[in-house]
Design a protein around this ligand. Sequence first.
Ligand code: MTE
Length: 366
Amino acid sequence: MNTCKCSKAEFDRERNETLSAQPEGKGLVTIEEEPIIGETPQAILKSWLTPNPLFYIRNHYTIPEWDSDWELSLGGHVNSALSFTLHDFHSFPIQTLPVTLECAGNNRSDLEPQVPGNPFQNGAVSTAIWAGVPLRHLLERAGISEGAVEVLFEGYDAGQPDPSVDVQPYLRSLPIDVAMHPDTLLAYEMNGEPLSREHGYPVRLVVPGWYGMASVKWLKRITVLQEAFEGFFQTDRYIVESDDGEPVPISKMHVKSLISWPEPNTALTVQSHMINGMAWSGFAHIAKVEVSDDGGETWNEADLVGPRYRYSWQQWNIAWTPKSAGHYTLVARATDEDGNIQPLETRWNSLGYIINGVRPVCVEVS
Ligand code: MTE
């Protein structure tokens, strides 16, 4: 299990070293200012829906701008190439879906030894009700030709993702079956509001159950491919090494939970407290959340509360009365309905992805 960051001073120092100063509760916790990267503050991670201004942001490049009216083109291996305006989108039947997005690098700062990359703590995860048009609707209009294997999505944003490679747009692909899944959305609304510039205005992809990198923002072009796409964000990033050293692309979110309250190093008294948090998994409902107050030796089952949807996180809580004064290491562990259990240890990897090991929260009881 990750070691407990028991000393508040040590916890604060780490945070100050890596993150710019940010008044608590006033906005996102800034990780980087240009391009904008920020995480949801801990105090907000107990809200089932994340308020739009506090929804985490992960951009690889500067937020794009374009001169002409926005249009999305759909071409490649299709019967007829098409293009769509925002007006077209509003004329299609609307679908809404609550979806939790988690960045594949969420909790990267917990890894030991440390790895390069954005030092996210808990907050590169958020939930919104997305509204838009199933991608399938557009693909069926264009007609996918025989032999197609993937669909490629291009954002309007571009840059040099690494000093060793050329300037390029943000590009990611999906297998045909995922692109054709009725829940894969081209979203233009988030929690009842038009998408903001930060989150992909005017239209973005939302791939429920997948880590956030798949949900391409500021869509410019969709291309149906006859071969698998092997671009930078598909083969150099968002991969983990298998045990035999082979690169494995990241796709579905792994089962995970977090403790929203108490926060690390909270001072408590010997009385009943309500521990609460969130749990999520890529495709299955959460079956149970267990909580331990002795670092994982013994477990008690929490109550699952609040809304219950397949692609969104699940709130949970449990009443806890410490036996006596002293130091406690609280941990939560989620299990989904497919039988996936959150591991006690994260599998360390050099790019720092899929960090879903349980995260100890130390509290002092007096
Ligand atoms: N789409 C584009 N065009 N450019 C990007 O940099 N970042 C991806 C994804 N879509 C990205 C993108 C990553 S890594 C994540 S985690 C999510 O967007 C974050 O979405 P959000 O910023 O709306 O939370």
